[in-house]
Design a protein around this ligand. Structure first.
Ligand SMILES: *Cc1c(COP(=O)(O)O)cnc(C)c1O
Length: 489
């Protein structure tokens, strides 16, 4: 059975020759990097005049047609594939003209952070494996906890996004308040109808699909009605139910409404409710003066979720959960395994003990690098700017006869709709959004509020400035004319 040794060695060496191709040498790296960097330069330059949205035309399908080759491909061919099949359809989130849903970011230094994190491939899950990477993440969490005014017991972790962060918080709240299967059907959570759907998803994933969910009535600004909340909690308590969780939204996705967390916190304290604040969209506005005023009371939260890939303008892939007492997050997520025994000697908090993930991207660097490199002040300015742009749009859109708006924007979302004469308003506004999508220079999305069709602008991309809003307004006026024409025919 034994092969001759020199044959074995020969085979291994020939495999090595091939496998070494995975470890590109300096020349190869420089050449390849330059090619793709040039592609990116072109991509960024095109943002200034290119569309924010391209309707589906079948071009993307080309990406699935090309199979993997056995041997290397030419970088230029691959760049052509990206240009033709990736960059042509759908929303362009890097464009300042992305004013739909909640826009994300994509600041360049963050991409550089990702690149460094990937090349060095630090193991950010466990303190033992990379104390620096784990501590950098801890430092970022502390910075956010401080920003929200949480006590020094607070802790948390960076996640892939707000949905997973909300799940981690809800699991921590479940275990901290001992919501075991015997009491699930008597357990009550309170939130408004405007809460993000990932909360409902998280409750179900957490095994809490059978709790009682009270949709608390809202005031005219789509904020939780605090006296209605008090009545619901008191009546549930006197009926022998177990009020457990209050979800306060600091910036709802649809309308940008900010629940009055400060007032809700009083009720939570009186009735021992876990106060969870979903600030995925709105949280970072606390960095600017206008936002600080609007986001009062977040310091009283038991847990907060915030999305750096929204309000800190990072590329997609970074959310954060922060819990007032980090032991609560640890209780639900810590683990032990025999093969991890070396890691257990350290007393620090490892990210892996605070979230469902073990091995993960070193995502701290994409947040740390831009804030060190650029300083915080451009972030504060950009957040203020977005609030003022929303107020400007709110004022200007009302100059168009027949436009209806909801209340004055608290943050940077402005819903609006046209009330035409003689045509059903929903039908008209659905046609209007279709015209806007066909145009594509600026991307907006529509929604249903009070069972009516509304359009909305959501201003959060770091590349959105006054000129974008002016373009948006003139595009809406052009699309209104096309919509009217459609109904005339
Ligand atoms: C975006 C958002 C979420 C979900 O976060 P993801 O990062 O998309 O997973 C949750 N809540 C609110 C209020 C949001 O705006």
């Amino acid at each position: 059975m034994n092969q001759p040794v020199d044959h074995e060695a020969g085979l291994i060496r020939s495999l090595e020759l091939k496998s070494r191709l995975l470890d590109l040498d300096l020349d190869e790296r420089k050449k390849t990097f330059a090619a793709f960097d040039q592609y990116l330069d072109g991509f960024l330059a095109a943002l200034k005049s290119g569309p924010a949205f391209g309707a589906r035309s079948g071009k993307s399908e080309g990406i699935i047609e090309a199979d993997f080759p056995e041997n290397p491909s030419d970088a230029g061919d691959l760049i052509a594939l990206l240009k033709n099949h990736l960059d042509t359809e759908g929303i362009n989130p890097a464009s300042g003209g992305h004013l739909g849903y909640i826009p994300g970011g994509g600041i360049w230094p963050s991409a550089l952070g990702d690149y460094i994190a990937a090349v060095t491939n630090k193991y950010a899950g466990v303190v033992f494996a990379s104390p620096g990477a784990a501590m950098m993440e801890g430092m970022l969490v502390n910075w956010m906890a401080n920003m929200f005014g949480l006590p020094c017991t607070a802790g948390g972790t960076l996640t892939s996004g707000g949905s997973v962060a909300n799940l981690a918080a809800i699991v921590a709240a479940r275990d901290a308040r001992e919501i075991k299967s015997a009491v699930v059907t008597q357990t009550v959570a309170y939130m408004t109808e405007q809460v993000h759907h990932c909360i409902d998803k998280a409750l179900r994933i957490a095994g809490l699909g059978e709790i009682i969910i009270r949709k608390v009535p809202m005031d005219e600004k789509f904020r939780m009605n605090i006296s209605a909340l008090r009545e619901l909690v008191e009546s549930d308590e006197s009926n022998g139910l177990k009020p457990w969780l209050l979800v306060s939204s600091a910036g709802t996705t649809d309308t940008g409404a900010v629940d009055q967390t400060e007032l809700a916190a009083e009720i939570c304290q009186e009735h021992n409710l876990w106060l969870h604040v979903d600030a995925a969209y709105g949280g970072f506005f606390i960095l600017c003066e206008e936002g600080k005023e609007i986001l009062k009371g977040l310091n009283r939260a038991d847990s907060i979720v915030v999305d750096p890939h929204k309000g800190l303008f990072l590329p997609y892939g970074t959310g954060a959960v922060i819990v007032k007492d980090r032991k609560d997050l640890y209780r639900s997520h810590a683990y032990q395994a025999n093969y991890m025994q070396d890691a257990l000697k350290f007393e620090d908090w490892s990210p892996a003990d605070l979230s469902p993930e073990l091995t993960r991207h070193f995502r701290g660097l994409r947040m740390w690098l831009p804030m060190k490199l650029l300083g915080i002040s451009p972030f504060r300015a950009a957040l203020s700017e977005k609030i003022f742009l929303a107020r400007y749009f709110y004022r200007k859109i009302q100059e168009i006869p027949g436009m209806e708006v909801l209340g004055f924007p608290e943050l940077s979302v402005v819903p609006f709709r046209m009330i035409p004469e003689e045509i059903d308003a929903d039908e008209f506004n659905l046609r209007l959004i279709a015209e806007i999508h066909r145009d594509g220079r600026v991307f907006l999305s529509s929604t249903k509020i009070r069972n009516q069709v509304w359009l909305r602008v959501a201003i959060l991309c770091f590349r959105t400035h006054l000129a974008t809003i002016e373009l948006c307004l003139s595009m809406i006026i052009e699309c209104l004319a096309k919509t009217r024409k459609h109904f005339e025919n």
